[in-house]
Design a protein around this ligand. Structure first.
Ligand code: CU
Length: 114
């Protein structure tokens, strides 16, 4: 009986090693860009709730590829893949969801009451 148990345990260990080569975790996040530092590959965002990880907050993230943050401007809404598992988390697959509202154009003046 014990032998069967060990055999099953062996299969379990091999299976988990096989399908999980790295202990890296991915979290899909939604965030608003606060500032972008392309040379440092750093982006400051205000992210929403990340279930099981942290509540909504403002924080800095490194990005794997600085080209992904080059076009970003403060106020842009993005979605990204937060990758944790190394010393520092970083963002991948950054997608611009919504462009920041542009500076008030002539048309917007009409919205003010005057
Ligand atoms: Cu956070």
């Amino acid at each position: 009986m014990r032998r069967v148990y060990l055999f099953l345990l062996g299969i379990l260990v091999m299976t988990s090693v096989g399908c999980q080569t790295t202990p890296v975790k991915h979290y899909a996040i939604q965030a608003e860009v606060i500032s972008v530092d392309v040379p440092k590959k750093m982006v400051t965002v205000k992210h929403g709730d990340i279930p099981g990880l942290m509540p909504a907050m403002m924080m800095n993230y490194l990005v794997a590829d600085e080209k992904q943050i080059e076009p970003l401007k403060p106020g842009d809404k993005i979605s990204a893949d937060l990758v944790l598992g190394e010393n520092v988390g970083h963002l991948e697959k950054i997608v611009l969801v919504e462009k920041a509202v542009a500076a008030p154009a002539a048309g917007d003046v009409n919205q003010h009451a005057h």
